[in-house]
Design a protein around this ligand. Structure first.
Ligand code: APR
Length: 267
């Protein structure tokens, strides 16, 4: 576990595939579905992928399930405290910033639904329609559910075990606001993402392996309703064969290139 922040990768724009540029240029409502790969170039580890991921180093059922929490809350809390410290030390990348610029540029509605529990979209200036897998910073009591507004102790260096903070209401342990495997999604989050996909002209799927459901069902549902779907991912995924266009590129290179191309030649 390290806290070193790699440098953002603002590189010169790459070639934008014509079909992607034309679909984006014609779109008035764009829905962007993002996953861990969206934050990879900021230094947030992904969970899976050819270059490895957190779930190759850590057991998801021990660290990201109710059973794991019940068995050992200190171990689970220490891990989330590390992730909170890590994300705080990192910055949005050029991809996050490009989406914010596109959304704030006018003429097109850009809505973001994410699986990511970090706040990098928001810190880049984007409004996020739905954090479908929860929010790392929305701490709440694991028993009474009361929000925990105080500042949790985040060790400067990662630790193996750390007692969770205590709820001010009932004194029980406070847990991270993320969705654990087998857990309930935040109320209305999935429906909001689904609605945004169904009335979009274009859906961009950025940086997800497409294996965690129900979020992974969104691109297919959108395409089934005649919406153009584009995947942006340097690697092949379970979604690749079911989209209209695949753009093998990273989030922090593809999205700035796309937005610059649209700004250079607006609709
Ligand atoms: N730009 C774009 N995509 C990238 C980049 C990058 N710089 N780097 C990696 N990727 C791609 C990988 O190729 C992979 O397909 O991002 C994807 C990351 O996949 P996962 O780690 O599986 O992340 P995600 O799909 O968001 O996981 C879904 O699983 O563990 C749970 O709750 C957790 O929300 C998470 C869910």
């Amino acid at each position: 576990m390290t806290n070193s922040a790699p440098q953002p990768t603002d590189v010169s724009p790459i070639e934008v595939p014509t079909a992607v540029r034309e679909a984006a240029r014609a779109a008035r409502r764009v829905t962007v579905l993002t996953g861990a790969g969206m934050s990879a170039e900021s230094g947030v580890p992904t969970f899976r992928g050819a270059k490895g991921g957190l779930w190759e180093e850590f057991d998801p059922m021990t660290l990201a399930s109710q059973r794991g929490w019940d068995a050992d809350p200190d171990l689970v809390w220490a891990w989330y405290a590390w992730r909170i410290g890590l994300v705080r030390a990192l910055e949005p990348n050029a991809g996050h910033r490009a989406l914010a610029r596109w959304a704030n540029g006018g003429g097109v509605e850009v809505r973001i639904a994410t699986q990511n529990v970090d706040d990098l979209h928001e810190r880049a200036g984007s409004e996020v329609l739905a954090h479908v897998h929860g929010d790392l910073f929305a701490l709440r009591c694991s028993v009474c559910g009361a929000p925990f507004e105080d500042e949790p102790e985040i060790p400067a260096e990662p630790v193996q075990r750390l007692e969770p903070p205590l709820c001010g209401e009932c004194g029980e342990y406070v847990r991270p606001g993320v969705v654990w495997f087998g857990g309930m999604l935040p109320e209305g989050a999935f429906d909001a993402a689904l609605d945004a996909c169904l009335d979009a002209d274009l859906v961009l799927v950025v940086g997800t392996s497409g294996i965690v459901y129900p979020f992974a069902s969104l691109p297919d549902i959108a395409r089934g309703h005649g919406v153009t779907v584009v995947e942006i991912n340097p690697e092949d995924t379970d979604l690749s064969s079911g989209v209209d266009h695949v753009w093998r590129a990273t989030a922090a290179t593809a999205l700035p290139a796309l937005v610059e191309a649209l700004e250079a030649d607006p609709a």
